[in-house]
Ligand binder design. Structure first.
Ligand code: P6P
Length: 342
């Protein structure tokens, strides 16, 4: 029988890899792990319990109807992290402003967490996989003082850890602290995350492209050309590719991580900077993609190098297998050389 490594054992065994003082990472991840298990329990019964289905009646800062499970997941993550002495504040896609934990021991926390507590939540009532995305940064301000905006507006190059939880046919926690990517699957019979996907590597190319082609007319010319490239017959490059779009970023990204592929959310007329948020979606997934040998840009600039200016700013996202992202970028540059240079 092969040895099963739990998330806790993995952290202890790999403590030397983590740029953290002893025990800090395990406490940070244990909060995220706890929240993931609680959210997983509610996600798995969403079809049965109508008090968490349907819109919460509020709208989040993006003007999107907040599904009750969004609110629930947001509160679970905030409460689990607030209970930690490691976290002095949280930025959430569901909250307009960041939350500073300025009471008690948390004010001494050395880290901040940014998260999308439940991405793809419009899929909850149609039973499609959804996910939680998180980033962990060291604070810029002094421990013992109240967290400030500059603690949160940090480029992805300053990340100390990032990851996602996917609530799908099984629930997985995938994360990196800058030493590769590892995936843990929740064994619900014992309530423990077990190492199931050690040292995840995204194939350098693939045959899957993920994009909402309903927006085709609004896409930049280079994106239209790349889509046509994916659809052309060419035995040598194994085309036409396959189009797969779940409408749940974490699910599309995770599939492409394993099988190879590219996910694109370009600028459109409705969303000139794309729909996805730099801080809560693009940076953490770009960190994971690069740590697994993949690539993530806004069509020309590396996502991790973008200096954030606003907590909720959006950027276009091209992410996945390195060679596929580079091919898409080439079409963008060819179609609009001026934009490519700016
Ligand atoms: P569209 C979900 O709202 C989300 O943020 C991602 O999970 C998903 O990939 C994307 O938006 C879907 O957006 O405009 O194609 O419906």
């Amino acid at each position: 029988m092969t040895k099963v490594t739990t998330l806790s054992e993995f952290i202890v065994e790999r403590q030397a890899d983590f740029p953290f003082a002893k025990g800090e990472l395990s406490r940070l991840l244990s909060a995220i792990r706890l929240a993931a298990k609680v959210v997983n329990r509610e996600v798995n019964k969403a079809g049965l319990v109508d008090d968490i289905l349907g819109a919460a009646g509020n709208e989040n800062v993006q003007g999107e109807a907040q599904q009750k499970l969004d609110v629930y997941a947001n509160n679970q993550m905030i409460n689990a992290l607030k209970a930690q002495q490691e976290v002095c504040g949280i930025g959430s896609e569901e909250n307009e402003d960041f939350i500073a934990f300025d009471q008690g021991e948390a004010i001494w926390g050395k880290y901040v967490v940014l998260m999308d507590p439940l991405d793809g939540s419009s899929n909850i009532d149609v039973n499609v996989s959804i996910g939680t995305i998180f980033s962990i940064y060291r604070r810029k301000t002094k421990p013992g003082t109240k967290a400030e905006l500059k603690d949160f507006l940090q480029p992805g190059l300053d990340l100390v850890a990032a990851g996602y939880i996917i609530y799908g046919s099984s629930t997985m926690l995938v994360f990196s602290t800058g030493n590769g990517v590892n995936g843990f699957t929740l064994d619900t019979s014992i309530g423990v995350f077990c190492l199931s996907h050690p040292n995840m590597r995204i194939p350098k190319t693939g045959r899957i492209y993920s994009i909402n082609e309903g927006n085709y007319k609004q896409f930049p010319e280079g994106v239209k050309r790349y889509i046509k490239y994916c659809q052309e017959e060419d035995a040598e490059t194994d085309r036409p590719y396959t189009s797969r779009y779940i409408g749940s970023l974490v699910a599309d990204f995770h599939r492409n991580m394993i099988k190879g592929g590219i996910y694109m959310y370009p600028s459109t007329g409705t969303n000139p900077n794309g729909k996805l948020r730099l801080m809560y979606e693009n940076i953490p997934l770009a960190f994971i993609a690069e740590q697994a040998g993949g690539k993530a840009t806004n069509g020309k600039q590396r996502i991790l190098e973008i200096q954030p200016e606003d907590l909720h700013q959006r950027t276009p996202l091209f992410i996945g297998s390195k060679e596929m992202v580079e091919k898409a970028e080439a079409f963008l540059a060819e179609a609009d050389p001026v934009a490519a240079k700016s």
